[in-house]
Design a protein around this ligand. Structure first.
Ligand code: RP5
Ligand code: MG
Ligand code: MG
Length: 280
């Protein structure tokens, strides 16, 4: 299991709430930490219970609400974790990566795993008709979006809708965030979807598991499945017209480089792709 760092960041995103500091050697639940008494936070938006959020079992008003079917496919909501079975204590799931210094759900809608999907769309970096090299290895580029919420560069990706196939989520989110599909007419969007479906036919799964997301809490966390779509010859994905949309304020081809700071643990996902393609 990845050890989380960003999920222990001092301030919870979008708030002035401080997490209780969790030293590296006290992250694991198996290590005693008697002084552990973190604050609890769930954003008011989630407490208003939009369609994508679970009820709040911890309040008296909801004492008689049946808890979700944890560790199972709960109707059309996937509550199983890619990391295996997670612990549930008094109807509240426990983060499989350990302590985060915050209870509640924060900005996340679901107790337990919140499932997302990401795309790593890559091409080689060409300079003067040749693939650029660094330390003797070919350099790749990937489609990055700049997140509107925190300004950090990230992979295009988003939440899996209930009942949605992950392959569909990946394509939909790429179209929304990197091609601004939400601003297209119905006809245009349909054409784009067809184009993307042909181009995105041969994806390779490069990661499936926990995401070290700054929004994670002790009781709610992000998980993802990420696919790589690679354009070997720079004539399909490599020349798509990119336009930022939805929760992305910018989109660009960035070099795959470990110096490039990215959101959550997205650098690790790129490292997997670089390794797979024997790239820098
Ligand atoms: C990350 O948050 C995932 O890897 C994915 O990129 C993203 C999904 O959340 P939103 O982009 O919908 O906020 O944990
Ligand atoms: Mg999105
Ligand atoms: Mg997104």
């Amino acid at each position: 299991l990845v050890s989380h760092v960003k999920a222990r960041g001092k301030l919870y995103p979008g708030t002035s709430i401080s997490r209780q500091p969790v030293p590296d050697d006290k992250v694991a639940w198996s290590v005693p930490f008697p002084e552990y008494c973190p604050p609890s936070y769930t954003t008011p938006v989630v407490l208003q219970m939009p369609a994508w959020a679970d009820p709040d079992y911890s309040t008296f008003a909801n004492w008689n609400v049946t808890p979700p079917k944890y560790n199972q496919l709960d109707g059309s909501v996937e509550r199983r974790s890619h990391t295996g079975e997670y612990m549930v204590i008094e109807n509240i799931p426990r983060n499989p990566c350990g302590r985060t210094g915050l209870l509640g759900r924060g900005l996340l809608g679901k107790w337990g795993p919140n499932h997302a999907a990401d795309s790593v769309v890559t091409r080689w970096k060409w300079i003067d008709g040749k693939v650029a090299k660094k330390d003797g290895k070919p350099v790749m580029q990937f489609v990055a979006i700049q997140r509107r919420d925190c300004g950090e560069w990230a992979l295009p990706g988003g939440m899996v809708d209930p009942g949605e196939q992950i392959a569909a989520t990946v394509k939909r989110e790429f179209c929304e965030e990197a091609m601004n599909s939400l601003s297209l007419t119905k006809d245009e969007r349909h054409k784009l979807q067809e184009l993307i479906s042909t181009i995105f036919q041969h994806g390779e799964m490069i990661y499936k598991g926990y995401v070290d997301d700054p929004r994670n809490t002790d009781n709610a966390w992000m998980e993802t499945v990420a696919f790589n779509f690679h354009d070997e010859t720079n004539d399909s994905i490599g020349c798509l017209p990119l336009r930022a949309g939805d929760d992305a304020k910018n989109v660009a081809w960035l070099d795959v480089d470990k110096e490039q700071a990215l959101y959550a643990n997205h650098s690790m996902l790129l490292q997997n792709v670089a390794h797979l393609k024997q790239a820098h």
